[in-house]
Write a protein that binds this ligand. Structure first.
Ligand SMILES: Cc1cc2nc3c(=O)[nH]c(=O)nc-3n(C[C@H](O)[C@H](O)[C@H](O)COP(=O)(O)OP(=O)(O)OC[C@H]3O[C@@H](n4cnc5c(N)ncnc54)[C@H](O)[C@@H]3O)c2cc1C
Length: 404
């Protein structure tokens, strides 16, 4: 890197922006005396208020695109080792499987609950544990006791041991930001309204601070757009759209035993056709579940994402229909967020948009794998910004030049 002073602005405090800020500060060319980094997030409530705080948190070797996954999985492992990810953001290896079966509707979702002290025994007797030969026939692992064996048609593992792990996405994202701030990154709460350039080179951004109405300018030599589903608002050529998805977090009874599995389900018999919620056991005594996307329009600000109570209730009904443990838990969180999806397939888009302006970088459109792919993306962008080239992977296929 030359001796020039760099003012880097990261737009967006989701997992991509916060991880990018972190990797910039860990790059050998980062010298606080010469490089200043500001991260601006539009939410008035801090980082990770969108998809990055409300995702499942699966980190998978079988994610895509391979170019980033190959870097990202190893980086997740490294980050967890270096910063005690186990305690800090719930890092652990997890089993992943596809589960098919029938749901069992209980009239008692809101009705009287069964005695908790009897549950385990009852569950085992009513076929949750079943006998080992019928479990084997269905493919159910011995420790996956929190879905009913009697309702299971089939289970198949999706990946070998060690190929899937998980993080708590909100804790991971906010930890990345906290670790970046420890090295000097400045966090601002505000909405970037435009990127300013002169003679084909980025010179700054205009933004409105949260709670204010006046626009301000912040000088910048480099701007990295990590604005998730909102990215096309700043760069209209980007083929990215937002799809709203609901999720719930269920707190398990302290007596429930929830082995570490992420299940991709196909459930019939709930009265809603075939439903396919994803269910993630977490190490903090909760289980996260998310449902399908819908067509709700993207609001201007992440804080204005509407939550449809019926969508959350349906999700609860669907996942409770295959598990007494889930039915007997308490719903801690009902939420919705916008997944950034590519309108032309593929994604993400990573690189410098030099045809718009030198110093303008894009890291967005991570579809359903942004949690998994954040460290690889961030490492690549940090290299590109501070060294002028991506060394950790060949990301030519993801370059934004196709769109501008
Ligand atoms: C239900 C669900 C489950 C998922 N599960 C997984 C999973 O298990 N594993 C996985 O790998 N991925 C998962 N994903 C995908 C993952 O959540 C996303 O790919 C990832 O969070 C995208 O991160 P991001 O930082 O690009 O976007 P976001 O998290 O949306 O962050 C973008 C941020 O930019 C801010 N912003 C936007 N415009 C501006 C502006 N003009 N100025 C300032 N700030 C701005 C927004 O407020 C927002 O906070 C899931 C997604 C959903 C919806």
């Amino acid at each position: 890197m030359s001796n020039e002073i760099r003012n880097i602005v990261v737009v967006g405090g989701g997992i991509i922006g916060c991880s990018t800020a972190y990797y910039l500060t860990r790059h050998p060319a980062f010298l606080p005396s010469r490089v200043s980094i500001t991260l601006i997030e539009a939410s008035a409530h801090g980082a990770a208020q969108g998809a990055s705080g409300k995702a499942g948190g699966l980190v998978a070797k079988w994610a895509y695109p391979k170019e980033i996954v190959n870097v990202s999985f190893a980086e997740h492992v490294k980050l967890a080792n270096e910063h005690n990810g186990k305690d800090r953001w719930g890092w652990r290896y997890v089993n992943t499987g596809s589960w098919e079966g029938r749901g069992e509707l209980s009239s008692g979702l809101s009705g009287p609950r069964r005695e908790k002290s009897l549950e385990k025994t009852l569950g085992l007797e009513d076929g949750r544990k079943g006998n080992s030969s019928s479990r084997k026939l269905k493919g159910l692992p011995d420790d996956l006791l929190w879905v009913k064996e009697s309702l299971t048609q089939s289970y198949s593992p999706m990946a070998p041991d060690g190929a899937t792990a998980q993080v708590h996405p909100y804790l991971f994202t906010t930890s990345m930001l906290a670790l970046a701030r420890e090295k000097g990154v400045i966090f601002k709460s505000g909405t970037v309204t435009s990127i300013v350039e002169s003679s084909g080179k980025v010179t700054g951004i205009e933004y409105v601070e949260s709670g204010q109405s006046a626009s301000q300018t912040l000088p910048a030599t480099d701007v990295i757009v990590c604005a998730g589903a909102w990215s096309p608002k700043l760069l209209p050529g980007l083929p990215i759209e937002g799809t709203r998805a609901h999720s719930i977090v269920i707190r398990m009874s302290p007596t429930a035993t929830i082995a570490p599995y992420v299940l991709f389900t196909e459930i019939t018999g709930t009265g809603n056709g075939v439903v396919t919620p994803e269910i993630y056991a977490r190490p903090d005594g909760t289980v996260y579940a998310c449902g399908p996307g819908d067509d709700s329009p993207l609001p201007d600000n992440v804080d204005d994402v509407a939550v449809d109570g019926t969508a959350c209730e349906n999700l609860l009904k669907n996942v409770s229909s295959i598990s007494d443990e889930l039915r007997d838990g308490t719903v801690d969180v009902r939420q919705a967020c916008f997944l950034p999806v590519s309108s032309i397939g593929g994604g993400p888009i990573i690189g410098e948009a030099q045809s718009i302006a030198k110093g303008l970088f894009v890291a967005t459109g991570h579809t359903c794998w942004g949690i998994s792919n954040a460290p690889g993306t961030a490492k690549a962008i940090a290299e590109l910004v501070l060294e002028g080239q991506i060394r950790c992977a060949n990301l030519k296929k993801l370059h934004p030049s196709k769109f501008f």
